[in-house]
Write a protein that binds this ligand. Structure first.
Ligand SMILES: [Fe+2]
Length: 161
């Protein structure tokens, strides 16, 4: 994902900033896709636990909007361009597509758990990547996100155990 870089007084070298912006935009695409899949679940889930799941999914989606904003703004803070439209996310997301016809609570929770687990794994890889580039602040952002994604996955998986 090639992103236009801008001049900045930020002292992190250009090569590192470019790598970090690419990493941030990849995570942004996945996070945006996961947000839309979580909202899709919020709207369409059915069954005896409808209300509880409807509310849980909205809470998870809200958490993702904060992460999406933080990731995009870290990319721009490093002189990059945030690749943040729905079409960009659709083009670059690594998450599996949302199955079209699922509605039962247990199916929907399992689909989301699989995707939150994947996003958690790529977030952990992003921490390592940022640390290898000695960009502590980007690593710190991903560490914070990783903790939140692990918690979201726990909330989802607790329904399946
Ligand atoms: Fe809603």
């Amino acid at each position: 994902m090639i992103s236009t870089m801008h001049e900045t007084r930020n002292d992190i070298n250009h090569r590192i900033r470019t790598s970090m912006v690419e990493l941030l935009n990849q995570q942004l695409a996945d996070a945006f896709d996961l947000y839309s899949q979580t909202k899709q679940s919020h709207w369409n889930v059915k069954g005896m636990h409808f209300m509880q799941l409807h509310l849980l999914f909205d809470e998870l989606a809200e958490g993702l909007t904060v992460q999406i904003d933080d990731i995009a703004e870290r990319a721009t803070a490093l002189g990059g361009t945030a690749q943040g439209t729905a079409r960009m996310a659709a083009e670059h997301s690594r998450l599996p597509a949302y199955p079209e016809h699922i509605t039962s609570g247990v199916e929907v929770v399992a689909v989301l758990a699989e995707r939150y687990a994947q996003y958690g794994a790529t977030t952990r890889a992003a921490i390592d990547n940022a640390l290898e580039h000695e960009d502590q602040s980007t690593a710190d952002l991903f560490i914070e996100i990783s903790r939140k994604v692990d918690k979201a996955l726990w909330f989802l998986e607790a329904h399946l155990q």
